[in-house]
Design a protein around this ligand. Sequence first.
Ligand code: NAD
Length: 357
Amino acid sequence: MKIVLLPGDGIGPEVVAEAVKVLKASSARFKFTLEFDEALIGGCAYAATGEALPARTLDLCRQAQAVLLGAVGGPAWDHLPAEKRPEAGLLKIRKELSLFANIRPTLLYPELSFLSCLRPDLTAGGVDFAIVRELTGDVYFGRPAGLEVRSGLRHAFNNMIYNEEEIRRIAQVGFRLARSRRKKLCSVDKANVLEVSRLWRSVVNETAAGYPDVALSHMYVDNAAMQLVLDPVQFDVLLTGNLFGDILSDESAAVAGSLGLQASASLGDSSFGLYEPVHGSAPDIAGQNKANPVGCVLSAAMLLRFSLGQEQAASAIEQAVRDVLKSGRCTGDLARKQAGMEIVSCSALGDLIAQAV
Ligand code: NAD
């Protein structure tokens, strides 16, 4: 089973190294073989080749069963034109590999509910929901987009656009995921204002006919942003477009306790997937062995589950993370949540999780 590693920039290489440690421990325990290849993406790729997503990287990814990515970006590349920036490499790889469905779980175990940024009574029983975010459309890709001078004033514009097929295929991912969980799907839109959202809502309603066992509801995005912090326990699966999902999933990180805990899977029509922590390259802590590797480790667990069919190994990794955090060892981003937690380095936390597996 071939996995391409794209460590990227900043803390990306640090967290990917820990995820690889854990993947190796799980393949040893569950007796399957993993083969790793490594390639460049983001700022380091630009520095080496002049492109944020070199052709070699894309070719290697196309030959693999799954890709594990760290993070891209950093101040060294902030001055570059949009198409050369590290983030452009990320948007391009998702588009080129037709990875239109991004799954971002938020899982806060009851015994770790003190990690949440919310008041303890709101998360005492734990939180468990997932955002299914459309990834290759919306304002991020809609054309025309640009900046021009009209009547002496600078105007900038982006185009929020979805066709019904794009909405239907992401809605199907949402319904299928809800079916495998608590069978509740909440579709998020802004149908009171936006034409795009009205189409979104009607296609989601049409798609619902194929999933009579899933309870569908709709919520405006502004209300969803509030409900996530008022009562996150109400949600099972949230279905969103690209822009709304981008924003709500970072808000979910605060519900879970740290951006460093959040994992994601980007999937298309096959079992191939790209897996990455939700966080960025965290230039403020890069190179200091301080980053929380859990988001990347849990992304690797999703990789085993969705792309390699190794459910037992995936569950063992998730259990190992839960046990290690429960034992009171964690990185600095979590330690401030509760007195008495022992701060360990990124690599030490990776060692502990690998040993627990
Ligand atoms: P960020 O996610 O890198 O960092 C936000 C804050 O969270 C920082 O204080 C950081 O130290 C902290 N943090 C993030 N990950 C952490 C971890 N694993 N452990 C502990 N603390 C962690 O977001 P930012 O600062 O807005 O962006 C920095 C760079 O990353 C920018 O160049 C941005 O474009 C890029 N970025 C990349 C991705 C990606 O690769 N998927 C996502 C978001 C941002």
